[in-house]
Design a protein around this ligand. Structure first.
Ligand SMILES: Cc1cc2nc3c(=O)[nH]c(=O)nc-3n(C[C@H](O)[C@H](O)[C@H](O)COP(=O)(O)OP(=O)(O)OC[C@H]3O[C@@H](n4cnc5c(N)ncnc54)[C@H](O)[C@@H]3O)c2cc1C
Length: 591
């Protein structure tokens, strides 16, 4: 088949994705260097896509009297079971203080306030202090809405409904030349040549049967990074949010998040027999970290003590129906849409794949191993270690998005240049993307896209989910290979590429399979249990002092794995920074 024509575009900076990370990267780059030509390319619509917009609970930041960045840092490190890159985690907690002020004073967000005018901060599970800033329970709409307005008000170009397909190196392979994209509206291929690219496509574990992220997320950035030869760390660490709505197989509402603040506020989890089981599992009961709660729920489910749809109940009625309605209006309405009374009754929930702590290895300034490529937000790994605290996700994307923007604004004039993309790589990527058009008709092709998706969901949920063991992981590895072969043999209905959502389903699955394999390989290699990764055959946590993180790369032979010792640059297991709290409180209050 002849290669279709490829349109060409040029921009100094190309930002992939318009969540908190992408929008902040563009705004900071523009503020620091207004002469840069900046383009945001996004698979969906700017301001309407991605997970930042879906943030319900809020944004962690140490502001209140008695709290401190050291305390926030220690919660992050201990929650992450000592696998975090400590300097990145420190950047997160210190940068969040600055960024939340910026969100209010420069971007125009209004967050909920106390009667004395200070920002209201609520409890979130796994934290030693109430530090989650929020706008009711619809915080993400406030953040992304205001950020998008700021982008629209500036001369930042937009490529909406443009899907990044491949990171393309220069012909000599030494730097990034640009990104091959497909204009989803026409189906045409576009090569966007850029001096620098910020990868901010937001991960998203949508390979699991129950999942929370937006439908546009299919780990595209992670798959592209793997294919470009970049290292991904902590890929075995997939976070399950304990309370996904469980409303039956036939609604897309199943899997969507019922927010953590409900447990933070004192909500109970009950098994199918109406018994509160968390008290026996953890001293923090329902307010334990997400991994602990998800495992306890899953154990109840495996033991058969389930609700009618096979999950667990959350109950809030003991906190007063009127109070719940006032505090959690959005959640009450969402549950009512599915026939549940959150304020006065019980709602069926199930653990749901929510977040990948793993991602592209990146530096403190958001640079990656590939010159010209920078990364921020959920596409990156290292900040959260083995577990992410609720409220640290949007802080991560906005803090590091801004840093990426600041970095590229300086990097482009100093080091950036336009270089030609490797033609062979572009043609190979196009040929790969067109696979499903070349296997014949749906009637004659042997693969089926829907069947592959269902099998992937079940395989990842059953064998690579909350509880893992060697046999299950081996089974999953073998099945993923078969599913890839099946996908390669799956046809889509029409040869027309314009707005062909079946084609994009195929492309999504191709990336999800690539990244699922990385998760399996990392999970096979980690033979201890910690944070989000639990091995039934290795339930112990190994010595924290010799912690090592996993690093997966994709080679022509397949994924390779190594373990790299964690550098305890700020605090060692068994130690704490909290001795220095008083000094830092003075500093952070002075900002
Ligand atoms: C339901 C829900 C609730 C959450 N609640 C909280 C919370 O209360 N507190 C918290 O801290 N975190 C929360 N999180 C996590 C938080 O949303 C994320 O950690 C964070 O916002 C991710 O930001 P991001 O910019 O990296 O990615 P996103 O905001 O997901 O943005 C990714 C962008 O990349 C685009 N994209 C994807 N693939 C491509 C491609 N191939 N080409 C071009 N563009 C592409 C998408 O369209 C999107 O615009 C929640 C997540 C979910 C799903």
């Amino acid at each position: 088949m002849t290669t279709p024509p490829v349109e060409s575009l040029r921009t100094d900076l190309l930002v992939l994705g318009s969540g908190g990370a992408g929008l902040f990267a563009a705004l900071h780059a523009h503020a620091a260097n207004p002469s840069l030509a900046i383009t945001i390319a996004v698979k969906g619509l700017l301001g309407k896509s991605g997970c930042t917009r879906m943030v319900q609970g809020g944004y962690n930041v140490a502001l209140a009297q008695g709290d401190s960045v050291e305390r926030h840092f220690m919660d992050t490190i201990e929650g992450g079971k000592w696998l975090s890159h400590q300097d990145l985690a420190w950047r997160l907690v210190t940068g969040a203080v600055e960024r939340v002020r910026e969100l209010e004073n420069e971007i125009g967000c209004f967050f909920d306030r106390n009667a004395d005018g200070t920002l209201h901060q609520k409890a979130f599970a796994g934290q030693s202090f109430d530090r989650t800033v929020h706008k009711g329970d619809l915080t993400g709409i406030e953040i992304v809405g205001r950020l998008a307005e700021q982008v629209w008000a500036r001369g930042i170009a937009r490529l909406e409904e443009h899907r990044a397909l491949e990171l393309v190196r220069s012909a000599d392979g030494t730097r990034l030349a640009g990104v091959l994209m497909v204009d989803m509206r026409t189906g045409n291929f576009v090569f966007v040549q850029a001096k620098a690219v910020v990868l901010a496509t937001g991960g998203g574990p949508t390979m699991y049967k129950y999942h929370t992220p937006s439908g546009d997320k299919s780990c595209d950035g992670l798959a592209m990074a793997l294919r470009a030869g970049l290292p991904l760390r902590d890929m075995e660490m997939v976070q399950f949010h304990p309370t996904g709505l469980l409303a039956g197989h036939d609604t897309r509402m199943t899997g969507t998040v019922i927010e953590e603040g409900l447990r933070g506020a004192g909500g109970y989890l009950l098994n199918g027999a109406g018994e509160r089981f968390m008290l026996a599992c953890d001293p923090h009961a329902e307010r334990a970290t997400r991994d602990v709660v998800s495992r306890a729920m899953y154990a109840e489910m495996r033991a058969g003590r389930t609700t009618p749809h096979g999950g667990i109940y959350i109950e809030m009625a003991h906190l007063g129906a009127a109070n719940v309605r006032r505090q959690f209006r959005g959640m009450v309405e969402r549950c009512a849409d599915c026939g549940f009374d959150l304020a006065g009754g019980r709602v069926e929930v199930v653990p749901t794949a929510h977040y990948m702590m793993g991602g592209v290895e990146f530096d403190l300034d958001c640079a990656t191993e590939l010159p010209g490529l920078f990364a921020a937000g959920e596409d990156t790994g290292g900040v959260h270690g083995a577990n992410r605290l609720g409220g640290n996700g949007v802080a991560n994307s906005t803090v590091f998005g801004g840093i990426a923007g600041d970095t590229v604004a300086e990097w482009i004039p100093a080091h950036g240049r336009f270089v030609d993309g490797d033609r062979g790589a572009i043609n190979a990527a196009i040929a790969r993307a067109l696979t499903p058009f070349n296997v014949g008709s749906r009637a004659t092709a042997s693969g089926d896209v829907n069947a592959v998706r269902e099998a992937l969901w079940d395989c990842m949920w059953d064998d690579v989910g909350i509880l893992r063991d060697a046999a299950g992981l081996a089974r999953a590895g073998a099945l993923l290979d078969r599913l890839s072969a099946e996908l390669d043999a799956a046809a889509i209905g029409t040869a027309d590429r314009a707005f062909n959502l079946s084609w994009h389903d195929w492309l999504n699955l191709d990336n999800l399979l690539t990244v699922s394999r990385a998760i399996v390989v990392a999970a096979q290699g980690r033979d201890d249990s910690r944070g989000a990764h639990y091995r039934l055959d290795h339930p112990q946590t190994s010595d924290l002092a010799t912690s090592a993180f996993s690093r997966v790369r994709l080679t022509v032979e397949g994924p390779t794995l190594e373990f790299v010792p964690v550098a305890f640059t700020r605090v060692r297991p068994g130690e704490s920074l909290l001795g220095t709290v008083a000094r830092s409180q003075a500093t952070s209050r002075g900002k």
